[in-house]
Design a protein around this ligand. Structure first.
Ligand SMILES: Nc1ncnc2c1ncn2[C@@H]1O[C@H](COP(=O)(O)OP(=O)(O)OP(=O)(O)O)[C@@H](O)[C@H]1O
Ligand SMILES: [Mg+2]
Length: 228
């Protein structure tokens, strides 16, 4: 079974002269850990937005865990994303007026999974944040009081809450120092292993590449014209 299947996928940003992406075919196996690299502007974040249904393709299909996500209504797609995908954005998308813990547990509350109570969710959020070495004194602070590296770790904890089948991470280690980067990768690998989640990890950092089952340069997949 594949966690991701792409077929004849194209994407054209309205104000760009050429296609940004043209991927005839691509699959990622369930449970595998994939590293995607490529220069700045090569379309990595655009691809991730298509995988999560934040963007819709110009043509072609995106199938996640057996579901063609563009056949879903936009409400169904939001629910599908909350149920199946943990996404660590390049720009964390944390909500500034919420506390650290409330940011972590927020996506689960959009999910149709209702197995954890709010109390259990808070315990799980605390476990994840502790493993990511965020000081407990920060847990109830507003996000805006945290450094960028600390916010990155909150964004990671948020992606793991509720044990989604697919974790997508866009440059998640760029603001971390050596030690927290290691703790971050360790948590990522452990969490994915524990829940048999698949991992798609985008990074410029070649020192991380060897930790993954497979590494792909987006330029090998992408048949679109040039980098604009
Ligand atoms: N919101 C947007 N509107 C129009 N064009 C966009 C938009 N976002 C990205 N692009 C264009 O799409 C192309 C790919 O951008 P994308 O952000 O996917 O690259 P990337 O590989 O993630 O780069 P980086 O490594 O810098 O994050 C670029 O040419 C960019 O100008
Ligand atoms: Mg990007």
């Amino acid at each position: 079974m594949n966690i991701i299947e792409l077929s004849n996928l194209t994407f054209h940003w309205p104000n760009q002269s050429e296609l940004t992406l043209n991927i005839p075919s691509f699959t990622q196996k369930q449970g595998s850990k994939l590293f995607i690299k490529g220069p700045s502007g090569s379309g990595k974040s655009t691809l991730l937005s298509l995988l999560t249904g934040i963007l819709s393709p110009t043509s072609g299909c995106v199938t996640i865990n057996g579901t063609d996500i563009n056949q879903l209504s936009s409400n169904q797609r939001d629910r599908f994303r909350a149920d199946n995908i943990g996404y660590i954005f390049q720009q964390f998308n944390l909500l500034p007026y919420l506390s650290v813990i409330d940011n972590v547990i927020l996506p689960y509350q959009f999910s149709s999974k209702k197995t954890l109570s709010i109390k259990e969710l808070r315990i799980e959020a605390t476990r994840l944040l502790t493993q990511l070495q965020l000081p407990a004194s920060h847990f109830n602070k507003p996000i805006t009081d945290l450094s960028i590296g600390q916010q990155q770790r909150v964004a990671a904890a948020r992606a793991f809450i509720g044990k989604p089948k697919l974790i997508i991470a866009d440059e998640p280690t760029s603001a971390l120092d050596h030690e927290t980067r290691f703790a971050f990768i360790e948590l990522l690998m452990n969490e994915c292993g524990n829940s048999n989640a698949s991992l798609l990890f985008v990074s410029h950092d070649p020192s991380l590449e060897s930790l993954f089952d497979q590494s792909i340069d987006l330029r090998e997949l992408n048949k679109a014209g040039g980098i604009s």
